[in-house]
Ligand binder design. Structure first.
Ligand code: HEM
Length: 514
């Protein structure tokens, strides 16, 4: 056979191959369109679905979601097509309850697969027996009584942050988020990984930046199927940037693991903490999260280095980016509402008296009720993880119809939290709506900043404790003022909620010494 004939032959096979895949996908899409005919949604175009309406960046996508959620507010759900993939966006409490309580709905789906190069098949992404075994293993490390052992670490880094904010700020508005991220990264590294990173002292900025870019780029990939193929993606400029960031992040976590393993070997030699082969709960509790994984690996050869790496990457990310966004937005709202700031101050005066330096104790945490309401209201207005995803493995009855298996859900908690039936005047910041007396009659699934059900946030108590310690330390020493209007904030999810211009604030020290 001549060369041109061979080429023609190969080309023919390729055309038939791609053609049949294309026809198959089109038939599948028509089938989904038929099955989802009772769910309203914006009109898309053939092949691309609604992709062209997503705009050219993550902020445009967020705005498009906002407009659609407003348009379909009455029904509380709508459908989209991301290329050939059918998606139902849900943001009403009734369907939320069904989704969150269905323990068989375990698959985070095609979109979360794009997080795998970064987070591996760790706790946030895995499913089935792998997820269940790991969740069972790790849950005791997040019990309230264990977390209170971290209070000295929370306090130390909260005080370092306060000092930094007081010295850096000179009366002009500055973006507070980068400083809070470094503080939160220090806390995550020390409490979860058992290692001092020194991010507030200048280490780790490259890690924080790389995590941000990985998040932004992954959300971008979710919107555009032409970024989904790994091999092709790695040859694009955005893909090359992604790989560089991946390297920074994985090198950082590998170093942490290496150091802790060395430490563990030394400990074994000293034969102090772990003195037999049974990891009973009491002993687990004395171990940092990463040390626990290392000890488990010693006794279970199936638990590989890769297994440790994916959990470390998951917790390093989940533990710092969400918390720092939540704290920064809470500071923003406090800075915009002087009356709220005064009320917090009164509560702090009651709990701490004139003592602006005292460490926050677990008893203090339980007394800071108004601060809790402020944190909740801030999470309602600016939901740190604004959209979650799932994929149906069996048909499910939601949105008043049967949604066929294979459909993805976008669980849009940011817009769930703006339901005027559950939160009258949802655009008004009002912490009092979370007072016990004002919460009566509200649907149990109307407020889900940490998700709910079996896949809820494992770090919820950790996050609340960290936020309370940082805010109550900070607000005893500084006054906050936000100059930015909320309506001027351009928001985007990457995957944690952020503002394009950062969160600009004026921080004024209350004439205190450090
Ligand atoms: C304010 C801070 C935080 C918020 C708003 C938040 C929110 C969430 C949400 C909404 C989910 C569900 C994600 C999904 O279903 O796709 C989740 C899962 C998770 N979060 Fe958090 N989170 C926070 C802090 C933390 C912290 C501090 C840690 C750990 C130290 C953590 C660890 C996790 C893990 C491991 C999962 C996956 C749980 C599973 O699937 O079993 N989170 N978080």
């Amino acid at each position: 056979m001549e060369f041109t004939e061979v080429m023609r032959y190969i080309l023919g096979i390729a055309v038939i191959g791609f053609g049949s895949i294309f026809v198959q996908k089109m038939c599948r899409k028509f089938w989904y369109r038929y099955k989802l005919r009772n769910v309203e949604g914006p009109r898309g175009v053939p092949f691309l679905g609604n992709i062209l309406q997503f705009g050219s960046n993550n902020a445009d996508f967020f705005k498009a979601m906002e407009n659609w959620c407003n348009e379909f507010r009455e029904v509380g759900c709508f459908k989209l097509f991301v290329g050939f993939q059918p998606v139902v966006v849900v943001f009403n409490p009734y369907d939320m309850e069904k989704i969150m309580q269905d323990t068989s709905l375990d698959d985070k789906g095609v979109f979360y697969q794009l997080y795998v190069p970064w987070l591996g098949d760790g706790l946030a992404i895995s499913k089935g027996s792998k997820w269940m075994t790991r969740r069972k293993l790790l849950t005791p490390s997040f019990h309230f009584s264990i977390l209170t052992q971290f209070l000295p670490t929370f306090n130390d880094h909260a005080q370092a942050l306060t000092k930094k904010l007081c010295t850096l700020f000179d009366g002009s508005p500055l973006d507070i988020l980068p400083l809070i991220s470094l503080c939160s990264l220090d806390i995550t590294c020390e409490t979860i990984m058992g290692m001092e990173l020194g991010a507030q002292k200048g280490q780790g900025e490259d890690y924080v930046h790389a995590v941000r870019r990985l998040g932004d780029i992954t959300v971008r990939r979710i919107q555009y199927p032409w970024y989904w193929n790994e091999a092709l993606f790695h040859h694009m400029s955005i893909g090359r940037e992604y790989l560089k960031c991946l390297d920074v992040v994985h090198q950082t976590t590998k170093n942490v693991i290496r150091e802790r393993k060395l430490e563990s070997q030394k400990r074994d030699q000293r034969d102090t903490i772990i003195d037999d082969n049974t990891l009973d709960v009491r002993k687990r509790r004395r171990l940092a999260f990463l040390d626990l994984l290392i000890e488990v690996q010693k006794q279970n050869t199936h638990f590989t280095d890769e297994g440790i790496q994916e959990e470390v990457d998951t917790f390093m990310f989940a533990g710092h980016d969400t918390v720092s966004a939540s704290i920064a937005f809470a500071m923003y709202f406090i800075g915009r509402h002087p009356a709220v700031q005064r009320k917090i101050q009164e509560e702090l005066d009651l709990v701490f008296g004139n003592d602006r330096d005292r460490m926050v104790t677990k008893e203090d945490l339980q007394k800071l009720d108004y601060l809790s309401c402020v944190m909740k209201e801030s999470q309602r207005m600016m939901t740190a993880v604004p959209i979650l995803a799932r994929q149906l493995e069996t048909d499910m009855n939601v949105c008043g119809t049967t949604i066929p298996k294979g459909t993805s859900f976008f669980i849009a908690t940011h817009w769930l939290h703006r339901d005027p039936k559950q939160f009258p005047n949802p655009e008004i910041f009002d912490p009092d709506r979370f007072l016990l007396s004002n919460s009566k009659g509200r649907h149990n699934f109307a407020f889900l900043p940490f998700s709910a059900g079996h896949r809820n946030c494992l770090g919820q108590k950790f996050a609340i404790m960290e936020q309370k310690v940082i805010l109550s330390t900070l607000l005893r020493k500084v006054e906050l003022m936000s100059t930015q209007e909320i309506k001027d904030m351009v928001l985007f999810a990457g995957p944690v909620l952020r503002s394009v211009e950062g969160i600009k604030m004026v921080v004024t020290s209350k004439n205190v010494t450090f």
